[in-house]
Ligand binder design. Structure first.
Ligand code: GLP
Length: 260
């Protein structure tokens, strides 16, 4: 696992560089898109590069990590709509190229299985962008999630619903209780994981992710088992890292030509 500690704008540029490098060498790449505030600067940077540098996603496809169950199709916080607003509508994905789990399906388990198949049929995800919850969840794999899980229905924890209430008029009662989420094994099947975390609120989760024992209690720790995982954190999110000095030294001495 590579841990990079840098200011948020630089982290966003590094993540965008990895996406750009992938899409320019493999125009039909499959991206994994995350919601939440953590990737927003990356999406801004990708949109800028699309507008100013001709970075094109016309041949690419993308799969979302998760979705709330039951939010009406037009609800602004439905993740499908969030992704449309934050990135899909700002670049040139072909119609239908961005897919997400269907939180409005009548038969949710069947929709989850279909989503797993769609990812496999697309050849798997090349680069998965991730955030992390304060309780160590990735996508919506809450503490206690099976480390071998696939896309399924999950119940959100009180902590996650409190954290996400800010997107629902600060009213926790408006935050759905259930979601569909790619499982930890689904995420682990992606060929490159790029996780972003900023702010002190993420410090403990980041410490566990990089340095804790692999455990369902901190689901993101499964990333320690991934052959190509990159963790991009600012100083505040890095504040509990035991090996922060070593991570800084390693990145500072990395050859410039070598991407993430
Ligand atoms: C949400 C999303 C996750 C996201 C996490 C952190 O619950 N389902 O994909 O990574 O919370 O969100 P943020 O980046 O806003 O802190």
């Amino acid at each position: 696992m590579e841990v990079v500690i840098a200011p948020a704008d630089e982290l966003a540029r590094l993540a965008a560089d990895a996406v750009e490098r992938l899409v320019r060498t493999k125009p039909d790449a499959v991206l994994g898109l995350a919601t939440g505030s953590s990737p927003l600067k990356v999406y801004d940077e990708l949109a800028r590069r699309h507008a100013e540098d001709g970075l094109s996603f016309a041949g690419a496809r993308a799969f979302m990590l998760d979705e709330y169950v039951g939010l009406p199709a037009e609800h602004p916080e439905r993740y499908r709509n969030v992704i449309e607003k934050e990135i899909a509508s700002r670049v040139d994905f072909a119609p239908g190229a961005v897919q997400g789990p269907d939180g409005l399906a009548e038969d949710l388990p069947t929709a989850c299985a279909a989503y797993e198949r769609a990812i496999v049929d697309a050849g798997g995800v090349d680069l998965q962008i991730l955030g992390i919850g304060t309780d160590g969840h990735i996508a919506f794999n809450e503490p206690g999630s099976s480390l071998a899980s696939r896309t399924r229905i999950k119940t959100l924890t009180q902590q996650t619903r409190e954290d996400n209430a800010r997107f629902f008029d600060d009213d926790i009662d408006k935050v759905p209780h259930h979601c569909l989420t790619q499982g930890l094994a689904t995420i682990m099947s992606a060929r490159h994981l790029v996780l972003l975390a900023t702010g002190k609120g993420k410090a403990e989760a980041v410490h566990q992710l990089a340095e804790g024992a692999v455990s369902a209690l901190w689901p993101a720790t499964i990333m320690q088992m991934h052959p190509h995982a990159t963790v991009l954190v600012d100083d505040a999110a890095a504040s509990r890292l035991q090996l922060a000095g070593y991570y800084r030294q390693t990145f500072a001495s990395k050859p410039g030509w070598q991407g993430l």
